[in-house]
Design a protein around this ligand. Sequence first.
Ligand SMILES: Cc1cc2nc3c(=O)[nH]c(=O)nc-3n(C[C@H](O)[C@H](O)[C@H](O)COP(=O)(O)OP(=O)(O)OC[C@H]3O[C@@H](n4cnc5c(N)ncnc54)[C@H](O)[C@@H]3O)c2cc1C
Length: 620
Amino acid sequence: MKIACIGGGPAGLYLGILVKRVAPEHDVVVYERNRPADTFGFGVVFSDATLGHLAAADPETHVQITDRFSRWDAIEVHVGGAVLRSTGHGFCGIERKQLLQILQARAGALGVRVEYEHEVKALAELAGADVIVGCDGVASWVREALREELAPNVDVRPNKFVWLGSTVPYEAFTFLFKETPHGMFRVHAYRYHAEGSTFIVECTHETWRASGLAEADEDTTVAILERIFAAELGGHRLIKNRSIWRSFPTVRCGKWHAGNVVLVGDAAHTAHFSIGSGTKLAMEDSIALRDELLAMRSNRVGPEDVPAALAAYERRRRPEVEALQAAAQASLEWFEGTERYLKMSPVQFTYSLMTRSLRVSHASMVKRDPELAQGVVAELAAATHAPIAAPTQLPFATAQHRVRSRFIAAPLTAWSSSADDLFVALGAAAADGAGVVATPPLRSDTLESDDAAVAWRRIIDYVHSKDALIAARVIMPTPRALERLQFAGFDLVVLDPDGDERAIELLPSAIATARARLGGDWLAAVVDDRRTARAAVVGHAAQLVRAGADLLWVTSIPANALAGDGNARLPAAPLADRLRNELGVATCVEAEDAALSDLDAAIAAGRADLVVVTRMPVSR
Ligand SMILES: Cc1cc2nc3c(=O)[nH]c(=O)nc-3n(C[C@H](O)[C@H](O)[C@H](O)COP(=O)(O)OP(=O)(O)OC[C@H]3O[C@@H](n4cnc5c(N)ncnc54)[C@H](O)[C@@H]3O)c2cc1C
């Protein structure tokens, strides 16, 4: 089989190595437009799990890589004059140049033909190949050439970042959050050899412009940043290496293969550098592609079966890649909006940072860094003078009420259920420890009769007898329905547009009307997340708060992989987090099937004040 790889980065070289190692009879050519030593960048990181995969795939390269690793276990966070050290986060870093040298040498030794300074400009140039691998990086032209079949989507993010080095040999993975008159800079710094560290500087577009960095060349960038970070660098220098300010592009594709052409690595997908997974994903793609191509060989199939092998590769890799991209999306949004977390205590800020990808649960934080996890819980408990408990078991105080736990239980009952069915469902949730129980979305006309008020009164009295509160979720209520709800004794009224576009538009004025009728009663509005129109959603939510909503009930529209949140563990959490910390309003987040420990993390990190569950979790 003839395999042609366009691009000699980690993905292309590693694929060549893995194929030739097991099937030397295959012809593998890697075309690389640059010279061998032309690489840019400083260090890349791998987790222990990735190293395990590399060890199994090719022990030779694994040994060479780990021989040159710098390892660290702690993360240090510098924020608002405080320095917090969090432990239990095992990572390794290697210089990108060294990694490529290892891969280049190993590829050469195994008989992979690497043609340097050979830029492939058209697929037709590789007409004789059985498989063409597009591993030409984030700006892949292969992806663009096959745009019709592959349906790429490139989401260019607003923050600016630059990849620098520094002579500080940081002992811990270090995050610096540095406020300046022009805005805040975030630094992600980690060691990659004895005398140096990667030093990625990131800021908002506005800060970048206001600081004069938009017009700065590499030397001026270094000079400006050395001035800003003079105290942190303590006399050390910053090092440039093609240190150009960039905007991060998140690449997603509807499909990764077309005919005998397949994308791997950054060409197919990117994950924000704040979760340090780009090289890992590229190399793990190569492992999966090797497996599928070599399975063809053992099954004695011919080149005409290549498309099936490429489809199998995509089927195998896509779920993991999309889950990681969802984590990366949550992480990049955290860094895009870091300013909003500065109001938090340094302890909660650090906890929020550590759990930003939504893949680190509270249980995992307790295991990694018990001091930090207990510190946040102690702060939350002290705020309501409550004894220490799991985050979701802590009380929540509103202007009107004290809610005994952070759970809103919204059992899956239909609005048309009988009064007895609703009594049983809501009563059971109250007896199980919910702080608030919520009705199914109700229509106004079902609330207006005296019989309805009497039936609700019975349920409300029972729920109150169990020390829980009760919320009425109503689809755009009439004034009379609002009056009835108040009269019946509901503690919270939640206005729900039920996904209807017109009702969503009218929601701010409906909230204003409800606020006028309900006086100081507790009032909430449902906000649907639409990641592709996030700015509009935030603007809409701000109107709701101005109109008088005390609480935003955040839901997420069913998964849309190309929008990037399809695989998040708590998909509505990033929006709830943003609204809570940007608008200063309480939020509750719909949890769907999330694990209890992820809900604890959402509360502890200050992403939401309450969590909405359909069933109360089994008590601990
Ligand atoms: C600031 C920053 C920090 C990062 N930090 C990390 C980290 O900590 N950990 C991590 O794992 N990853 C990190 N990454 C990501 C990482 O660098 C990439 O994800 C990884 O290199 C992807 O490998 P690849 O082989 O797919 O692409 P690349 O490494 O980009 O390789 C593509 C190659 O294709 C060549 N090429 C392109 N077009 C052609 C053509 N027409 N003909 C021939 N050759 C061509 C290019 O010259 C290049 O060598 C970071 C990236 C950035 C920007």
